[in-house]
Design a binder for this molecule. Structure first.
Ligand SMILES: O=C(O)CCC(=O)C(=O)O
Length: 285
């Protein structure tokens, strides 16, 4: 995997890795040890006494008696300020603006925790492509020549082959389909090895999955999903964070919550507010 620093991980370098390169890149040391410890504490608190809630891509693991060793914590923005800092991190935001367009939004921010001996996932592609098992539900001719998703994984524990670092098959981001048996995913895959506080950026159309944790320590990570402005977010973040959060949100956070993109709206009502030249005053557009 290509590893860059916050200084060398320019938007051009990131976009090149995600579009023309393997589909993934690591930015080393983007978050401090304090931020990692803070995030990890919250994730542990919210997942210690609870078996996993809703999750996905369990594949064969769904039949696995160890499924309770794979745990999710959703809606992280509402659970600690450190997650706002992570999602608004300037190096990540600059790369996403270039990759997904200036007005990109956040579709989800959750944690994936795999306990010792926890199972992995089925190889997959991410939202909004994740139901590509039904390709006919997508527009005709859809391809991944432009991205409808970007993922950022922030390890809170070491990501190694032993602990279950995410597996991916480089250069598969433009196939836009699920891998099947003949693709020999597990023979061809590489691992997204990284350290706590790094950020792994990847195009979610790249075939990937969490792997089993064969170590005796936890493997937890924050998973952030970013989307272009017009893709419906996966988590209803705006509703879930509440009014007090929105009141103190930065302009970037308001954008991430989808608050600067004005559609859908009641254009019948907007049409009543025409300006002196008779033009419709439709929000920003
Ligand atoms: O936690 C991981 O390693 C990957 C998780 C993932 O790909 C997912 O849940 O969509």
């Amino acid at each position: 995997m290509q590893i860059v620093t916050p200084e060398t991980g320019t938007p051009e370098v990131v976009v090149d890795a995600l579009m023309r390169g393997p589909g993934a890149i690591v930015i080393r040391g983007l978050f401090s040890a304090e931020q990692v410890a803070d995030a990890r504490r919250v994730v542990m608190e919210h997942s210690e006494h609870r078996a996993q809630t809703v999750t996905h891509f369990q594949g064969e693991a769904a039949k696995d008696a160890r499924l309770h060793l794979q745990r999710r914590v959703w809606n992280l923005l509402a659970k600690g300020d450190v997650f706002s800092a992570m999602s608004e991190q300037p190096v990540i935001v600059a790369a996403m603006r270039r990759f997904l367009g200036e007005d990109f939004i956040m579709g989800s921010i959750a944690a994936n925790r795999i306990l010792p001996d926890g199972p992995g996932q089925e190889p997959h592609i991410d939202y909004p492509y994740w139901d590509f098992h039904a390709p006919n539900s997508f527009p005709i001719g859809i391809n991944s020549s432009f991205p409808l998703n970007a993922q950022v994984t922030i390890p809170l524990d070491p990501f190694t082959t032993q602990t279950g670092a995410t597996a991916f098959v480089p250069h598969t981001q433009h196939k836009l389909r699920y891998p099947d048996e003949s693709d020999r995913f597990f023979e061809r895959c590489e691992r997204m090895e990284a350290e706590p506080g790094d950020a792994i950026l990847f195009f979610g159309a790249t075939w990937h999955c969490a792997m089993p944790n064969h170590s005796n320590q936890d493997r937890s990570a924050v998973l952030i999903q970013y989307l272009p402005k017009f893709v419906k977010p996966m988590e209803d973040l705006r509703a879930m964070v509440g009014e007090a959060f929105v009141k103190r949100a930065s302009p970037t956070m308001r954008q991430l919550l989808g608050m600067t993109y004005p559609y859908p709206q009641n254009l019948d009502a907007v049409a009543n507010a025409t300006n002196a030249e008779g033009r419709v005053n439709a929000a920003r557009y």
